[in-house]
Design a protein around this ligand. Structure first.
Ligand code: 5GP
Ligand code: MN
Length: 317
């Protein structure tokens, strides 16, 4: 079994590196730190690489241990977390490929199975939830620190327990954490509720230009680099904007574009009931889940909007 082989490989390894996807969200960072804390308990020599992240996650245990890049030429094991495609490994795909053993633990619908051992469950609402099984199989007790990291991943990827992939196990695990004294409500507030003033300003910009298209079935908005400068937004402050469009009554697909440093646009797609946005994202060099996916596009806002709306339109009822 894949899990047995993974546990065996980890037990036999001395040096490990944990990698995750670019533009890391709560699941990417929470999963990375949870596994990092677990491997430290097993006295492993482990690096966890996350070059940049939103300051929202600064409260997480061991956040200051995150490294900007790998410190070794070659590791015994590289573990990719929450990443469906090796190209999204933050530019560290070479470091991943160089490792003697390559492991991927993930929950994306679209996963290219790029590792030696792929422990992938698209039915799981978060990579962090898959990690519960892995950490327990390693014989590590999930303490408050590890629990806090895992819960952060679960909360962000389930939208606070509200997305359909949220399972009985999600609640059972959360209940267990509550009994252990983990401050579930505090973590919820930090990662899902409170927003900085700058983030609020950025949302205002996006809301003001949000358009409803195709009889209100498609919501479209965007953020440019200039907007980011104007409101002095921080890395990750655009997160959550795509959900604003999705939450409007009658909207099936929400499209959000965020300009990147090289002037291309990062696409975020969300759907409500029936459009498989992972399939649409595949047409734009991306992937993801059926109700949440992303990719990238070059061209002006108008051109990009036209191309994306045309693709989404094909899937509307
Ligand atoms: P978000 O819109 O929050 O950036 O991403 C939504 C989901 O799609 C996440 O699970 C994310 O990992 C995935 N995703 C976003 N962008 C890409 C991409 O460019 N390629 C792939 N393969 N997945 C992506
Ligand atoms: Mn995830």
């Amino acid at each position: 079994m894949t899990l047995d082989s993974i546990i065996n490989e980890i037990n036999n390894a001395k040096t490990l590196v944990i990698l995750t996807h670019m533009n890391p969200d709560g699941d990417a960072i929470g999963s990375s730190l949870a596994l990092y804390c677990s491997l430290l308990k097993l006295k492993k020599d482990v690096d966890v690489i996350v070059p940049e992240h939103s300051s929202i996650y600064n409260f997480l245990p061991r956040i200051n241990d995150l490294k900007k890049e790998p410190t070794k030429e070659q590791y015994d094991i590289a573990i990719a977390l929450d990443c469906g495609d090796i190209k999204r490994l933050n530019g560290f795909s070479e470091s991943f490929e160089n490792a003697k053993c390559k492991i991927s633990i993930d929950h994306h619908e679209i996963n290219t199975m790029f590792a030696d051992y792929n422990f992938v469950n698209p039915a799981s609402p978060a990579c962090a939830q898959i990690l519960i099984t892995v950490i327990e199989a390693l014989g590590v007790e999930i303490d408050n620190e590890i629990g806090t990291c895992l819960l952060t991943g679960i909360l962000t990827d389930t939208g606070g327990f509200k997305y359909p992939a949220t399972s009985a196990e999600t609640f059972e695990f959360t209940a267990e954490l509550l009994r252990k004294g983990v401050k579930v409500s505090d973590i919820y507030k930090r990662v899902l509720q409170t927003i900085s003033k700058k983030r609020f300003e950025l949302r205002k910009v996006a809301i003001n230009r949000l358009e409803l298209l195709e009889n209100g079935k498609i919501a479209f908005t965007y953020i440019t680099n200039k907007d980011m400068e104007t409101v002095e937004a921080e890395e990750g402050d655009h997160e959550g904007i795509v959900d604003i469009g999705r939450d409007i009554e009658g909207v099936e697909v929400s499209i959000f574009l965020k300009e990147t440093e090289d002037g291309t646009y990062k696409i975020s797609l969300r759907s409500n009931e029936y459009v498989n946005v992972a399939d649409i994202a595949l047409l734009f060099n991306g992937g993801g889940h059926i109700r949440a996916a992303g990719g990238s596009i070059t061209g002006t806002i108008e051109q990009s909007k036209e191309r994306l709306v045309a693709e989404c339109k094909k899937h509307l009822k």
